[in-house]
Design a binder for this molecule. Structure first.
Ligand SMILES: Cc1cc2nc3c(=O)[nH]c(=O)nc-3n(C[C@H](O)[C@H](O)[C@H](O)COP(=O)(O)O)c2cc1C
Length: 226
């Protein structure tokens, strides 16, 4: 468990209430810089279950990884004219946050059996210009939560397809959490992050750990090749 996950509010907008990361400058191994995982949250709702799921991710992060939430809810809708005019400060900050991260984490609800527009819009911005897309080559872990029983499968499938077309590399494992309020021990509004059930924390630690291992391997191969 990583009790000292360092975080910054990279990007635009606010992270919303009760985002209980503990800032720290602790780096577990001085010879290894931490993996920087930029997190895109698909719901800005005050009592978001997906925000609660992101908090649970931070609880199970490996010690050598940090999560940096990147707000996406205030990005303008993608507009090629705005892009041609060098985009907005918000878009530039968002793209910088994506391109400087080692990997992305998308934590999203399912809306009408697909991904929410706010997530699609963020991916669209990060995918352009195609020749220097911020998202190109980024490993992406997809997670989601729903109060229903469906498990967010459609949203995660659609997000994976969109990300792959945009040039990112969706991780082969995903985790959709059904009955999320019960499983997260949180209606989304708990200031202490709720109490996720043990099986959920185990599954989450497993998928997040294997994602971090895979990203670490890629970054090591890239540094060796450089
Ligand atoms: C427009 C809309 C469409 C939805 N469609 C689905 C859906 O297809 N599948 C599902 O499991 N839940 C669906 N829901 C319910 C969401 O999963 C639920 O509102 C969830 O709590 C949203 O995530 P959040 O708690 O992080 O805000 C939908 C909700 C809205 C507002």
């Amino acid at each position: 468990m990583n009790d000292n996950a360092f975080t910054t509010t990279t990007g635009v907008g606010r992270l919303g209430p009760a985002f209980p990361f503990v800032p720290s400058t602790r780096i577990p191994d001085p010879d290894r810089r931490p993996l920087r995982i930029a997190a895109l949250l698909g719901s800005a709702r005050r009592a978001s279950l997906n925000r609660a799921l992101l908090r649970a991710v931070v609880r199970v992060l490996p010690d050598d990884a940090i999560v940096e939430p990147v707000a996406i809810e205030r990005l303008p809708f993608y507009d090629a004219d705005l892009e041609a005019a060098d985009a907005s400060a918000e878009v530039r900050a968002f793209r910088d946050a994506v391109s400087s991260a080692d990997a992305l984490l998308v934590v999203t609800p399912e809306y009408n059996r697909s991904l929410p527009a706010v997530v699609k819009n963020a991916i669209d911005w990060a995918s352009r210009p195609r020749s220097s897309a911020a998202i190109a080559g980024k490993p992406v872990l997809l997670l989601g939560a729903t109060p229903g029983t469906g498990g967010v499968r459609h949203a995660l499938d659609h997000a994976a397809a969109v990300l792959a077309f945009a040039g990112a590399v969706p991780f082969e494992r995903r985790l959709g959490v059904a009955n999320a309020a019960e499983r997260l021990g949180d209606d989304g509004g708990s200031p202490d992050g709720g109490s996720p059930d043990a099986a959920l924390l185990t599954d989450l630690a497993d998928v997040v750990g294997s994602f971090a291992d895979s990203v670490r391997r890629v970054t090591q191969e890239q540094s060796a090749a450089a």
